[in-house]
Design a protein around this ligand. Structure first.
Ligand SMILES: [Zn+2]
Length: 416
């Protein structure tokens, strides 16, 4: 039976232009976080393909899987990554520097605040904070940790309610959430509604120009509906009465950018124009460049599977580390199952004992597989490679070889 919880778009998610051009079909794939408990459990798959908008250049998924199907499987908790906790403090320092009179007490609103990790430094410096998150269990966890959090999907309507009860915000934070929402224009209108006259919106998204340059095709999955360049993001912001004032690369998440926007026309830093120029010079927003990206992804698939196959023929075992959402696309797109990757080690107890979606590789506790001294460990969450290599060495006393599937090309390190 075809799935009823998916919808094909008939217009651009940002500018509403009616005709989009498809350039990359990754085939039907299961939801990245729907990890089966048995390898033969029936699984629902959904089309996964990308199009480009000739009008605003936005790269986007052609299908929207309903939030109900997607978020029933949601397991990510921000605070579980120590890199995220360290980044929260840096994020506080950097963002406060963008506010007028930073010494005054501010009202900070975070959308999709998860367990509240990023609001903690603001609270600890005496600012008024409020989180918004749709996941009930995560909201309860945040409240227990002393982070006031409203349980809601953010929209223009929610924004109006917040402004009514709490007033306009000096800062609205939206980290890694904008590409996930189906109603992109309503979401950004809500942000525009909440930002006060002298306030700033701080939006973090995966940078599509880095996706393109470093071949992060594994960041394409059903939850990520939009892939923003500065050009397409700026178009969206302008439509909501916001203007881009600054941007900087994010130190975590492997290729994200943090953009700052303010109400009306505001002075921008030179970094903004530099990025516009860079996108022009590198042809980032052109259709032919995205077609090339798709071709490079298919070539990478061949290289990576040949490498794993060669190791298998040499009689050595390969296991994976980190059953992340992005690893699901990589494994399904490359068609890698337990014959090439014997098991995947993951520290999250909820994932242990389950199988990877679509490819049915057993997910086990790290002690269970690393102790057997495999030939190589594929670092699937390669965007956290430094943190993972350090865990492998110190916590699990692993000193063998590792394979980093990306960025760009697979890399093999004989000993860490
Ligand atoms: Zn468009």
């Amino acid at each position: 039976m075809p799935p009823t919880d998916t919808q094909t778009i008939n217009a651009c998610r940002v500018c509403q232009a009616p005709t989009l051009k498809q350039f990359f079909d990754l085939g039907r794939q299961p939801l990245a976080n729907a990890l089966p408990q048995k390898p033969d459990e029936p699984e629902q798959t959904y089309p996964l393909s990308l199009s480009w908008c000739p009008s605003c250049s936005l790269v986007q998924l052609n299908e929207t899987v309903s939030p109900k199907a997607l978020f029933s499987q949601y397991v990510w908790v921000t605070g579980t990554s120590s890199t995220a906790r360290d980044y929260a403090e840096t994020f506080y320092q950097r963002t406060m520097a963008h506010l007028a009179k930073p010494e005054a007490k501010k009202f900070i609103l975070e959308i999709a605040s998860n367990d509240g990790t990023f609001l903690i430094p603001f609270r600890d410096h005496g600012h008024r904070i409020l989180g918004v998150d749709p996941a009930k269990n995560i909201v309860e966890m945040a409240e227990k940790g002393g982070i006031p959090t409203r349980c809601a999907f953010f929209s223009e309507l929610t924004a109006e309610e917040i402004v009514k009860t709490d007033g306009p915000a000096d800062m609205v934070i939206a980290r890694n959430v904008l590409p996930h929402v189906a109603n992109t224009r309503d979401f950004i209108a809500g942000i525009g509604r909440c930002v006060g006259t002298d306030g700033v919106a701080v939006i973090e998204v995966h940078d599509a120009s880095i996706i393109q340059n470093e071949l992060h095709y594994d960041s394409i999955y059903h939850e990520h509906l939009c892939y923003f360049t500065v050009k397409s993001l700026e178009r969206l912001l302008n439509d909501a009465g916001l203007s881009l004032i600054d941007l900087e690369p994010s130190p975590i998440s492997g290729g994200s950018m943090v953009v700052y926007a303010a109400k009306g026309k505001s002075t921008e830093t030179p970094a903004v124009q530099q990025r516009r120029d860079q996108e022009t010079n590198q042809h980032t927003n052109e259709f032919s460049r995205w077609q090339q990206f798709a071709e490079q992804s298919f070539r990478h698939r061949d290289q990576f599977t040949q490498l794993l196959d060669q190791i298998r023929q040499d009689g050595r075992t390969v296991v994976g580390y980190g059953a992340s959402a992005r690893s699901s696309t990589l494994l399904n797109f490359c068609g890698i199952g337990p014959e090439l990757l014997a098991a995947i080690a993951d520290q999250n107890p909820w994932k242990q004992g389950r199988y990877t979606a679509g490819t049915h590789i057993p997910i086990v506790a790290p002690e269970q597989t690393l102790g057997r001294n495999p030939g190589y460990v594929v670092i699937l969450a390669w965007n956290f490679a430094d943190e993972i290599i350090s865990i492998l060495k110190t916590k699990y006393r692993y000193g063998g070889g590792v394979i980093l599937p990306l960025p760009r090309t697979p890399r093999l390190v004989e000993r860490i």
